[in-house]
Design a protein around this ligand. Structure first.
Ligand SMILES: O=C(O)[C@H](O)[C@@H](O)[C@H](O)[C@H](O)CO
Ligand SMILES: [Mg+2]
Length: 403
C-alpha cells in the first residue's frame, strides 16, 4: 500500500477545525485532527508545505518510521505546531491501518482494558447557584464526573464561563485577542465556596474537577489545594503554568489534592520530570497536540511507572476525530484516568459523523475499523475559515498575566 495523496481540510462549523486526510493507492484513507486553537493556519501551512509532499509514496504501515522522519527529521523539534502536524499524520495512519486490518483502533493497540470510558462534563455558572443547576443537569444525564467553574464576584469574566448563561463556552471569541481582567485574591477567596456548595448539594460520590487554568503561583496553588482538601476533588487542573516542572514539588509538599496538568504539552520532555518526581496525578496531553498515538503511548507508559493516569484534554476546540481516536486509546490504555467531554455542536457533529456513543456518563468508541470518525467534505466546504484568537488576561493593575 502506498500514500498517493495528503491534503488539509479547514472548516468552521461554529469554530475552526483542521483535518488531514491521507489517501492510499488501495482506496483506503485515514483522517487526523490538526486543530490548534487560535493558531490553525500555522499548522495548515506546516502540513501543506513541509509534511504532505513528503508523505507521497510512503508505506502507511510504516507508522513509526514516518513519525521519526517528521520528528527527528524536522531538526527544529517539538512545539505545538510541529507536534500537532505530526499528531494528525499519526492519527490518520493508525486510522488507515485499522481499516486495512478490519479492526477498531483499540484492538490494534492491544485490546480492551475496560468496557467503557468514564468522562467528565463541564458545569459552569455566572454564580455558584447557576453552576449547581448545571451540575444537576449533568447528573441527570448520568455523568459520574463534572468539572465546575463559576464567575468570581468583582471580576467581569473568568475562564470557563460563557458570556451568557446557557450559551456554549468558546474561548476563541474574537479575531484578535480580547482582554480579560483577573484577580487571584478574589478568585482564591471565592472558589472554595463553590466546592463546598457542590458537596452540600450533591454529596461525596460525584467526582468534582476544577480547572485553575495556569493562573496561580506555586504557593497560592498550595494554599488552594490545602483549602479544598475537605471536598476531595478528583483533580485540580493547571494550577500553575507548567514550564517550570519543579514548581509542582512545592505544591505537592502542601496538599493531597490530586493535580492534573498537560493540555498545553506537546512532548514527553514537557512532563518527564513531573511524572518521574510523582508531582502530578493525571497527564492531560492529548493525541492531536502531543504527536499522536505513537507518542502518547510513550507518555502513558512512562506515566504508568509512576502511578500517573491519563486525563485527555477534550474541549470543543479539538475535533470529533481527536475525540474518536482518544476514546479508542482510553479503551486500551492500562493507566486510564478520565476523559474530558465537551459536547460538539450539531453542526460539527454533522460534518464529522462518528461511531462513538455517549451513554450513562460513559463513552464507547464503537467497533468500526480505524478510529470510527469520518468527515463530510461537501458539508465541511460550506463553512469557510474565519480567524479566531484566544483571549489574553491582565491583572487589575494592567499586568499581562496567564490566560
Ligand atoms: O480544560 C480545558 O478544556 C481547557 O483548559 C480548555 O478550556 C482550553 O482553554 C482550550 O482548549 C484552549 O483552546
Ligand atoms: Mg484545562
Amino acid at each position: 500500500m502506498k500514500i498517493v495523496d495528503a491534503r488539509v481540510i479547514v472548516t468552521c462549523p461554529g469554530r475552526n477545525l483542521v483535518t488531514l486526510k491521507i489517501e492510499t493507492d488501495e482506496g483506503i484513507y485515514g483522517i487526523g485532527d490538526a486543530t490548534l486553537n487560535g493558531r490553525e493556519l500555522a499548522v495548515v501551512a506546516y502540513l501543506e508545505e513541509h509534511v504532505a509532499p513528503a508523505l507521497i509514496g510512503r508505506d502507511p504501515s510504516s507508522i513509526e518510521d514516518i513519525w521519526q522522519f517528521f520528528y527527528r527529521g524536522a531538526y527544529w523539534r517539538r512545539g505545538p505546531v510541529t507536534m500537532s502536524a505530526i499528531g494528525a499524520v499519526d492519527m490518520a495512519l493508525w486510522d488507515i491501518m485499522g481499516k486495512a486490518a478490519g479492526m477498531p483502533l483499540y484492538k490494534l493497540l492491544g485490546g480492551k482494558s475496560r468496557d467503557r470510558v468514564m468522562v467528565y462534563g463541564h458545569a459552569t455558572g455566572h454564580d455558584i447557584e447557576g453552576c449547581l443547576e448545571e451540575v444537576a443537569r449533568h447528573v441527570e444525564q448520568g455523568y459520574r464526573a463534572v468539572r465546575v467553574q463559576c464567575g468570581i464576584p468583582g471580576i467581569a469574566s473568568t475562564y470557563g464561563v460563557a458570556k451568557k448563561a446557557g450559551e456554549r463556552y468558546e474561548p476563541a471569541d474574537s479575531s484578535l485577542p480580547s482582554e480579560n481582567v483577573w484577580s487571584t485574591s478574589k478568585y482564591l477567596n471565592h472558589v472554595p465556596k463553590l466546592f463546598q456548595a457542590v458537596r452540600e448539594r450533591f454529596g461525596d460520590d460525584l467526582h468534582v474537577l476544577h480547572d485553575v487554568h495556569h493562573r496561580l503561583t506555586p504557593i497560592e496553588a498550595a494554599r488552594l489545594g490545602k483549602e479544598v482538601e475537605p471536598y476531595h476533588l478528583f483533580w485540580l487542573e493547571d494550577c500553575v503554568p507548567a514550564e517550570n516542572q519543579s514548581a509542582f514539588r512545592l505544591i505537592r509538599q502542601h496538599t493531597t489534592t490530586p493535580l492534573a496538568v498537560g493540555e498545553v504539552f506537546n512532548s514527553i520532555h514537557d512532563c518527564r520530570e513531573l511524572i518521574e518526581s510523582q508531582s502530578i496525578d493525571y497527564i492531560r496531553a492529548t493525541l492531536t497536540h502531543a504527536g499522536g498515538i505513537t507518542h502518547m503511548r510513550r507518555i502513558a507508559a512512562l506515566a504508568e511507572l509512576y502511578h500517573v493516569r491519563t486525563g485527555f484534554h477534550g474541549p470543543t476546540d479539538l475535533s470529533p476525530v481527536c475525540m474518536g481516536a482518544a476514546l479508542h486509546f482510553d479503551t486500551w490504555v492500562p493507566n486510564f484516568g478520565i476523559q474530558e467531554h465537551m459536547p460538539h455542536s450539531e453542526e460539527i457533529e454533522a460534518v464529522f459523523p462518528h461511531a462513538y456513543r455517549f451513554e450513562d456518563g460513559h463513552f464507547t468508541p464503537g467497533e468500526t475499523p480505524g478510529h470510527g470518525v469520518d468527515i463530510d467534505e461537501a458539508l465541511a466546504g460550506k463553512y469557510p475559515y474565519r480567524r479566531a484568537s484566544l483571549p489574553v488576561n491582565r491583572l487589575e493593575d494592567g499586568t499581562l498575566w496567564h490566560w
